[in-house]
Design a protein around this ligand. Structure first.
Ligand code: ARG
Ligand code: ZN
Length: 888
């Protein structure tokens, strides 16, 4: 049964206070829930319907008296009730058997909770919806030696001993909250602590809780938290509102992390780091995720969502905030641009396919069967782009004003995406956002990626240059017609010699002369003319990726080479290189020519890549992005019909040519980018390591072609000597991805060194499951990895490290003409679904784009999806995904 946005109705009852008592026991935890409730007099009189899931109900008392109730499915229904009353519910549950990791579960002998979106109902009967906000107090009781640390939201107000070796802790949360923000943790944990003084002089206690062996990996998370607190106050005037702010890490977690009020619970992957075990990418992800969850304290917790259709209200905004945070921590404009390029790359390789496939949905969806399926790149990353466009339309200062108004208006309330957009517009009444608000909000209601087809026309006589834009958007499931979007297009013009031109807009002679202009498209067809242009210019369109659209422009190779060499906008400079590479890839793919060992890239492109690599004014991080070819997924998205083996073969051939043709340049780049001094994960040093890593991959690839063994040998030595995980892993990756025989020895050594570091062992599994399928034997390897004593299907990180790395990140190995990859995938989805539906439903999306595949892949993929769909006992999570896949 689908839940529809248009059916929203306010709750019939309010819950003012919740008093919870837990007697924690892995096999049988007892939960006493006492609530003060009252009727919502704004809605017609209705029975009370409380949500529950897999609970054992022992007792229901209304005002202390046994009450009559009935069960309707999973709901507990009470008919006759006074307007205000106290409700007491006593239930038990079994955390040890909770493999779904929703509600209360046990991970390595410690209790954790995950309540978003609908996990609280697995702890007690409740009005488990985000618009019911209550004050919570929580009593935790457990065996003292097994569970010395007892945590919940808010402030610790009391603790002490109980008979029989037990103890208790009582927590009171000073803020009202929806049930999805409830959390508790109980177990053997230790904390890194830091006291900080806020601007107003108030003291706060910050804690990062981990297992005792991991304390030496918490410094970076703590520093990230301290930076986050300072940033939110400086940029948006939003202070920390709690005496105590806690982060707790668990190795069993479905997602990245969770913003429970004052008690964030994290996947260990986004907390634990030291230089021996974590890569630069891990450090950077930790910074973003710690920031993200901290920023939710305002955008999510203080102001929350009215219903789950508004999920992007908090997620899109909070992703935007964490992206801005990471950019603001960068030392210079180049590092900021690198971060922007990385974010856009995620959007285009994950969200664009989602928006073009069977799971396409608006940023504010209209219906869902299982809300967990809508924690998507559309809600998160596209949602963040929508917020970013608002900032572009009102300016950075105007946006900060809008945020202030939003929190003034809605603090303590559960609101909608409309409320957010309205606040930003109202704080900027003269802005284009205010003028265009109803149309702008189509970004929330219409799914699909708009296409902006652009043509340039130079008039030598009039000395004008005109750009004609046509926007369109393909139909998506349930939405056949799309109305025009508001699309901010930031652009500039370069002369053919690469000089940036000053812009004189026709019809706006008074406008300040600028080099970059943001044109706001609102119509299907629109144009802009620039005056005083002496020769046909090269347009740099959609600078900084100013809108989440596909831009079509028939650039000549020469124009793209001009942009690649000269564009002052680093995003479009990078983009020009990607377009050139994409163009070669697509023409080769469609040519049908034999690509193995042949010349796939023209000299101009190779020379341009050499020029970037050797350019003394560019940072290593930027070079690494330019020298990385577009991914197979991104290439495939540009094609009507996809033969994944052909895409793979062509990209591999291009890679091999770049490796060989630039051999001495790679050698030079490798030597130039050696670490000096102590390890520091800052963007500049990380960029140097990233480029050195890419150089090693290329040197090993080139050695593969030439049969030379010098660089593989050096790479093995580098692997052994490396002083940090980034260099070590990059060396290992170079050996594995070039298929060199030395890889086996290095992999064995890597496992032996890190056998007690779960997150490093995840990397070990993932690298192998993602390795190139040169002899067609990766599937056999993956099957063997699943039999490894370290493998466990129940641990989501481990399951992802093998199964997702093969099915979602290794297209050349997964898409087999004999369909064996697909059949294996369908078995894993079915197997996982019985354990953890959320993780299974994610995996079930690996073949979302099946209808684009060429035969025999297409039919085989469809058959594998149908095989899953035919199972009678599927979770509604997986059911929804496969049903939509087959219908799309
Ligand atoms: N709100 C969390 C975050 O983005 C994600 C929680 C997702 N949980 C889930 N069951 N889908 O930080
Ligand atoms: Zn979030």
């Amino acid at each position: 049964v689908a839940v529809r946005r248009e059916d929203y109705a306010a709750p019939a009852w309010w819950i003012d206070t919740v008093d919870l008592t837990f007697d924690l026991d892995p096999a049988k935890t007892r939960v006493l829930n006492r609530m003060r409730m009252r009727r919502n007099t704004d809605v017609p009189v209705q029975p009370l319907r409380l949500d529950g899931d897999e609970l054992n109900l022992a007792r229901v008392l209304v005002n202390g008296q046994g009450a009559s109730f009935r069960m309707e499915g999973d709901q507990l229904v009470i008919d006759a009730l006074p307007d205000a009353f106290e409700l007491e519910i006593f239930t038990t549950c079994c955390p040890a058997k909770n493999t779904k990791l929703m509600g209360l579960f046990v991970s390595e002998d410690t209790f954790f909770t995950q309540c978003e979106a609908e996990g609280f109902r697995r702890i007690t009967y409740f009005l488990d919806r985000p618009d019911v906000m209550a004050s919570y107090q929580v009593m935790l009781r457990a065996n003292r030696s097994a569970y010395p640390v007892l945590l919940s939201n808010g402030n610790l107000v009391e603790q002490g001993d109980l008979p029989e070796g037990r103890h208790y802790a009582k927590w009171v949360d000073p803020f009202k909250k929806p049930s999805y923000l409830f959390a508790l943790v109980a177990g053997k944990l230790v904390a890194r602590e830091q006291r900080i003084k806020a601007r107003n002089g108030k003291e706060h206690l910050l804690q990062v809780y981990v297992r005792s062996g991991d304390l030496d990996k918490t410094e970076h998370a703590m520093n990230s938290l301290i930076h986050s607190i300072a940033w939110d106050e400086a940029r948006f005037g939003l202070p920390l509102d709690l005496d105590r702010f806690m982060i707790v890490a668990t190795s069993d977690f479905n997602m990245g992390a969770m913003e429970n009020k004052g008690l964030n619970i994290f996947n260990t992957k986004y907390v634990l780091a030291n230089q021996a075990t974590a890569t630069d990418a891990d450090y950077s992800n930790i910074e973003s995720v710690v920031g993200h969850e901290y920023f939710h304290n305002w955008s999510g917790d203080r102001v929350t969502c009215r219903d789950w259709f508004q999920l992007s209200l908090k997620e899109g905004l909070t992703v935007f905030r964490d992206q801005e945070f990471s950019q603001d921590l960068c030392a210079d404009a180049s590092a900021r641009a690198v971060k922007r390029i990385e974010d856009v790359r995620v959007l285009r390789t994950s969200q664009f396919p989602e928006d073009a496939g069977p799971m396409a949905h608006p940023v504010r969806p209209d219906s869902y069967i299982e809300i967990s399926n809508f924690y998507t790149v559309t809600i998160y990353e596209k949602g963040a782009e929508v917020v970013r466009m608002m900032q572009t339309l009102v300016g950075r200062k105007g946006f900060a004003r809008g945020i202030t108004l939003y929190f003034e208006r809605h603090d303590g309330h559960a609101v909608t995406c409309d409320d957010f957009a309205q606040a930003i517009a109202d704080a900027n009444p003269e802005s284009e956002l205010a003028a265009l608000l109803p149309q702008f909000k189509r970004w929330y209601s219409q799914a699909g990626t708009p296409r902006v087809a652009t043509q340039g026309h130079y008039d030598a006589v009039a000395r004008t240059y005109t750009l004609n834009f046509t926007q369109s958007c393909a139909p998506t499931p349930g939405q056949s017609i799309k109305e025009p979007f508001v699309i901010p297009v930031t652009l500039g013009l370069l002369a053919q010699d690469g000089q940036e031109l000053t812009l004189h807009l026709a019809g706006d002679e008074d406008a300040d002369a600028v080099r970059s202009h943001t044109l706001v498209l609102t119509q299907q067809h629109e144009s802009v003319t620039f005056n005083g242009i002496d020769s046909e210019p090269v347009p740099s369109i959609l600078r900084g990726f100013s809108a989440p659209v596909r831009l079509d422009f028939e650039y000549t190779d020469a124009q793209l080479l001009t942009l690649l060499a000269n564009d002052p906008d680093p995003f479009n400079r990078w983009e020009a290189g990607q377009r050139l590479a994409l163009r070669s890839a697509i023409s080769l793919i469609t040519s049908g020519a034999d690509v193995v060992g042949t010349t796939t890239l023209n000299d101009a492109f190779v020379d341009a890549m050499r020029g970037v690599l050797r350019n003394p004014t560019l940072d290593s991080a930027f070079k690494e992005l330019v020298l990385t070819l577009p991914s197979e997924t991104y290439i495939a998205e540009q094609l009507e019909v996809v033969d994944p083996q052909r895409v793979h073969a062509v990209r591999e051939a291009m890679r091999a040519q770049l490796a060989t043709a630039l051999f001495s340049d790679w050698e030079w780049a490798y030597e130039q980018n050696q670490d000096t001094g102590a390890y520091n994960p800052d963007p500049l040093s990380a960029g140097r390591r990233a480029l050195a890593g890419l150089a090693l991959v290329n040197l090993c690839l080139a050695a593969r072609a030439s049969g030379d063994s010098v660089w593989p040998g050096k790479t093995l030595q580098r692997f052994k000597d490396a002083g940090n995980m980034t260099d070590r892993f990059n060396a290992l990756n170079a050996l594995v991805s070039s298929g060199h025989a030395l890889a086996q020895q290095a992999l064995a050594r890597f496992h032996a060194i890190f056998k007690n570091e779960a997150l490093v062992i995840d990397k070990w599994f993932s690298l192998q499951a993602g390795s190139p399928d040169r002899g067609g034997n990766v599937l056999a390897l993956v099957k063997q990895l699943m039999k490894h004593p370290d493998f466990s299907l129940k641990n989501p990180n481990r399951a992802r490290s093998v199964i997702f790395s093969y099915c979602s990140a290794n297209p050349g190995a997964f898409h087999r003409a004999d369909a064996a990859g697909y059949v294996w995938w369908s078995d894993r989805v079915i197997e996982l679904d019985a354990i953890n539906p959320q993780v299974a439903a994610r995996l079930a999306r690996a073949l979302d784009r099946w209808s684009k595949l060429a035969e025999p892949y297409r039919s085989a993929a469809r058959e594998a999806i149908a095989r899953i769909a035919a199972r009678p006992d599927l979770s509604k999570d997986t059911q929804e995904v496969v049903t939509r896949a087959l219908a799309g």
